[in-house]
Design a binder for this molecule. Structure first.
Ligand SMILES: Nc1ncnc2c1ncn2[C@@H]1O[C@H](COP(=O)(O)OP(=O)(O)OP(=O)(O)O)[C@@H](O)[C@H]1O
Ligand SMILES: [Mg+2]
Length: 309
C-alpha cells in the first residue's frame, strides 16, 4: 500500500529545552482512517503542527504522497488540510467569507457549491454570514474543519476536531468524516474519545512522552497487544487461597468472580481450555463463564502506564 505520509526520525526540542518528540517514525497508509493517540503532553500537536508548518522540527524527514514535505511545501499544502487544536482565525469576517479567502490561500478559485455544502454539512449555514466573533466554541471548531476542507485535500489532519462539540453534533461530524474517508480522503486525527476512535479508525498509533509506542492496524493492535481474560462467576465469594493454585494464569479475584489471563500462541489460538479446566479443578463448576477482551481504552492505558518514566 502506498503511504500518504511517511515520518522518519522526527525530533523536536522546544527553545526552553523541552523534548516533545524523540525520533518518531510513522507511516500513514493512503486511504486510511488513522488515529494518533496519546495522553496530554505526549507530543501529538507538536507532530501535527510540524506537518502544518507552524512548528519547525529539530530533525527528521517527512514524505507526503511521495513528495518531500519540507522542500515542496507549496505542492503539499495544496493537497493537505489541517485542523489545528488551537482556535485561531480572524474574527472580523463571516464564515462564508473566511472560506472564500482560504480557497485563495490554497491557490484555488472558491468553489461556491462546495463551500455551501461544507457550511451545510458542518451545520453552519444559518451562521454563515454572521460575524465570526459571534460563533460559539463548538461552531468555531466546525468552521476550522470547513476551512481545512475548502480545497478538497487528499489528506486531512485533524487535531481533536470534536473537542467541545456536543454529543449529537459529534456523531454527525464523525459521520461526515467517515463519508470523506469512504470517498478516498486519508484522515489522520487525534482524539481523547477512545471508544469513537476504536469504532471509526482502521489504523492507530500511540505516542507517549514523545516516543512512538506502537503503530499498526486497529484490528492488529486489539488482536496482538490486547489481551483477554476468562471470567468465572460463582454463587459465593472466591477464596483467596485459590490464587496460589492458578498462578500460571495471573489470576485476579473480584468478590464472586475470578479473572484468568488468556495467552495466545503463534497461530493466534488462546489457552481457554487449559485455563477453564484448571479453574474448575480448583473451584468447581462456575455459575457463568465468559471471555472479556481488552478494548482500545484498556490497551491504551496499559501501554502508556507501562512506559511511564
Ligand atoms: N511552544 C512550546 N514551548 C515549549 N514546550 C512546549 C511548547 N508546545 C508544547 N510544549 C510541550 O511539549 C510537550 C508536547 O506537547 P503537545 O502539545 O505536542 O502534546 P499533545 O500530545 O498534543 O497534548 P494534548 O493531548 O494535551 O493536546 C508538552 O510537554 C508541552 O508542554
Ligand atoms: Mg494537543
Amino acid at each position: 500500500m502506498t503511504a500518504a505520509l511517511t515520518v522518519q526520525g522526527l525530533t523536536k526540542t522546544y527553545k526552553n529545552g523541552k523534548k516533545a518528540l524523540s525520533g518518531v517514525d510513522l507511516s500513514v497508509p493512503e486511504g486510511s482512517f488513522f488515529a494518533l493517540l496519546g495522553p496530554n503532553g505526549a507530543g501529538k500537536s507538536t507532530l501535527i503542527n510540524i506537518l502544518a508548518d507552524t512548528v519547525k522540527p529539530s530533525s527528521g524527514q517527512v514524505s507526503f504522497l511521495g513528495h518531500d514535505l519540507f522542500s515542496e511545501r507549496r505542492w503539499c499544502k495544496q493537497r493537505l488540510g489541517v485542523v489545528p487544536q488551537e482556535i485561531a482565525f480572524d474574527p472580523f469576517f463571516a464564515p462564508r467569507d473566511i472560506l472564500k479567502i482560504m480557497s485563495g490561500m490554497f491557490g484555488v478559485k472558491p468553489d461556491i457549491a462546495w463551500i455551501d455544502e461544507l457550511l451545510n454539512r458542518l451545520e453552519l449555514s444559518e451562521h454563515a454570514d454572521k460575524n465570526a466573533r459571534q460563533l460559539s466554541g463548538g461552531m468555531r471548531r466546525r468552521l476550522l474543519v470547513a476551512q481545512a476542507l475548502v480545497h478538497k485535500p487528499k489528506v486531512v489532519i485533524l487535531d481533536e476536531p470534536t473537542a467541545g462539540v456536543d454529543v449529537e453534533l459529534r456523531k454527525r461530524l464523525w459521520g461526515f468524516m467517515r463519508e470523506l474517508n469512504a470517498n478516498g480522503t486519508t484522515i489522520l486525527l487525534t482524539t481523547h474519545y477512545l471508544e469513537e476512535a476504536e469504532e471509526l479508525c482502521d489504523h492507530v498509533a500511540i505516542i507517549n512522552q514523545g516516543k512512538l509506542l506502537t503503530s499498526q492496524s486497529m484490528k492488529g493492535l486489539l488482536n496482538t497487544v490486547g489481551s483477554s481474560a476468562l471470567v468465572l462467576e460463582y454463587a459465593e465469594d472466591v477464596a483467596n487461597e485459590s490464587l496460589s493454585k492458578l498462578t500460571a494464569f495471573s489470576p485476579r479475584i473480584d468478590a464472586n468472580k475470578i479473572f484468568l489471563c488468556l495467552k495466545k500462541d503463534a497461530s493466534g489460538q488462546n489457552n481457554f481450555n487449559a485455563a477453564y479446566q484448571a479453574a474448575i479443578q480448583v473451584l468447581g463448576e462456575a455459575q457463568s463463564v465468559s471471555v472479556q477482551n481488552e478494548d482500545l481504552e484498556d490497551v491504551f492505558l496499559r501501554l502508556t502506564n507501562e512506559h511511564q518514566s
